[in-house]
Structure formats: C-alpha cells, structure tokens
Design a protein around this ligand. Sequence first.
Ligand code: IMP
Ligand code: MG
Length: 191
Amino acid sequence: MICKDVIRNDVSDLEKNIKSVLFTKEQIDARVFELADEISRDYKNKQLVLVGVLNGATVFLCDLMRKLLIGCEIDFISASSYGNSAYSSGKVSLEVNMKTNPKGKDVIIVEDILDRGYTLSAIKDKFKELNANSVKLAVLIEKTCDRKTEIKPDYCGFRAPDEFIVGYGLDFAERYRNLPYIGVLKPEVYS
Ligand code: IMP
Ligand code: MG
C-alpha cells in the first residue's frame, strides 16, 4: 500500500499548479484522430517513418501511430534547449542515434510544441543532410508567439497562447508529462 502522507507525489499535487485546462483528454483524442486520418490519406503507398522528438513528443507519437490506417516505422531523436527553465536558450543540442536509416524514406518529425521554432528548424536541417525523400512536421501545439524562424508545421493539432503549458507529454523541469490533458502552468511556479 502506498502511504500518501509519506510520499507526497500525487497527481493532485501537480494539479494545484495548473492555472487552467486548455485542451481536455477528449478534445486531444478527437484531434489526434483527425490528424491520423489526414496522414493516412497523404502517406498511402509511401515509406512513412514517424520520428519523435524526445521526451515531450512520446505521448503524442504513441497515440498518433495507433490511430493510423497505414503501416509506419517509428524512431526517436533527442533535442534540448530549455534545461530546467521555462525560457529557451535558443541553442539546440541534437542527439541523432536512430535505428532506422531515413535515406529515401518519407519522414514526419513529430513534436509536442512549436514555440520560437529553434528546435524544429535544427531538426529539419539535420534530416535534409540525412537524405530523407521528404521531411514534414507534425506538432500537437503551435504557440502564437514571436517566431524566430520561418518554420511552419504541415500538421498541427491546436493553437495555444504564449503561456507555459504542460501535460500530455509536455513538462516543466521533467514533471507534469503524465497529466492526460494540456493546461497552463501558474507563472509563480517558474518565475
Ligand atoms: P522552440 O525551439 O522554441 O520552438 O521550443 C520547442 C521546445 O521547447 C519543445 O520541444 C518543448 O520541449 C519546449 N517548450 C516550448 N514551449 C513549451 C511549453 O509551453 N511547455 C513545455 N515545453 C515547451
Ligand atoms: Mg521538446
């Protein structure tokens, strides 16, 4: 038996720091279903590889792939620019150690959120170097903010305001990823 008084690590403790819910579990589920449908039509008879950006995109990728009506391969790469802060440094470090060779294949980079655009811009350049046949971008959330790059998603789940958001894979300091919905984090938690 888990004694809550000793461990104090309930999801309800995390939820106290959520200012508002932006997208419910049901809304996310319905939208991911629509994106999977669109991708299934666009990639029929292609060699699709979904490449998730660790760690944030794992939840989105796992749900998306199970709703596809076509076969696909999956792989992951690592990218980080935030550390434990809520502000991007703008310097993206990439770790590409894939089991799948993307050469000649049709890659969709799957990402949790498009913010200033540094991360997806660096990843897209990397995949061009690896000679993928095509490279497109699927993001669950596109933030309405002052974008620093030209990058635009080919598939986008939702638009969200320029606030720090967590849940459904998105973290602050590696926590909140396991919330089933997407919510705005109270500013006092990170400022
Ligand atoms: P960009 O390089 O500025 O576009 O930032 C994209 C990356 O920053 C994403 O992969 C996320 O990991 C992280 N990020 C940006 N905004 C948020 C947010 O509101 N919540 C959680 N992570 C975020
Ligand atoms: Mg990320």
